[in-house]
Design a protein around this ligand. Structure first.
Ligand code: FMN
Length: 174
């Protein structure tokens, strides 16, 4: 069995997917692993929208170029009326985005563990997408995540996947 480290190391951003559909039970497990993620004060402000109908996929592809050809796109959002703010410490930080990113990371690694690939996308103006999908004002988009099986020929890691700073630059004792 692959160790957690190997799983994390083998995960890569996939930008070419096969036509194979994501099985309902596989999708359900990925969402379940997102559901159990921790959130600040257990506020659970994260909402995940599953885009897999022709209409929803067409809509998201029209709104941004940063989704590829996966059969499923997860739209990971958070509700700022529910998220924890550090206001009592005089800090305006909203933990909703932190929470959404933890949920997305859980789902990304769970997908890899089940043999699927993903790519996290945030290279867009979130307001355009919130408008296209008629989000209520309290709902914010954290990221999009293509989800599917890799195209065997083209769905490979890019050179960037193998480029990481050395541990001395990444972490140090202070
Ligand atoms: C917060 C975040 C935003 C990203 N946005 C995009 C994006 O908009 N489009 C894209 O193709 N990849 C995007 N990526 C993927 C990164 O480019 C990729 O993770 C990085 O180059 C390392 O490659 P690897 O994931 O294959 O290891 C994003 C990743 C993260 C974590």
């Amino acid at each position: 069995m692959e160790s957690f480290y190997e799983l994390a190391k083998n995960r890569y951003s996939c930008r070419f997917y096969s036509e194979k559909a994501v099985e309902p039970e596989v999708l359900a497990q990925i969402l379940e692993t997102g559901r159990i993620a921790p959130t600040a004060t257990n506020s659970q402000p994260v909402r995940v929208f599953v885009l897999k109908s022709e209409g929803s996929l067409a809509k998201i592809r029209e709104a941004t170029r940063m989704v590829y050809n996966a059969p499923v796109v997860l739209m990971v959002c958070y509700d700022i009326s529910k998220s924890y703010k550090a206001e009592k410490y005089n800090d305006p930080h909203d933990c909703g985005l932190d929470d959404a990113c933890i949920v997305a990371t859980h789902m990304m690694l769970q997908a890899k563990d089940l043999g699927l690939e993903t790519v996290w996308a945030r290279g867009f103006n979130a307001m355009d997408i919130e408008k296209a999908f008629e989000f209520p004002p309290e709902l914010k988009l954290a990221c999009l995540m293509d989800l599917g099986y890799a195209d065997p020929e083209h769905g490979k890691p890019t050179p960037r996947h193998f480029q990481r700073n050395p541990v001395e630059d990444f972490a140090k004792e202070i």
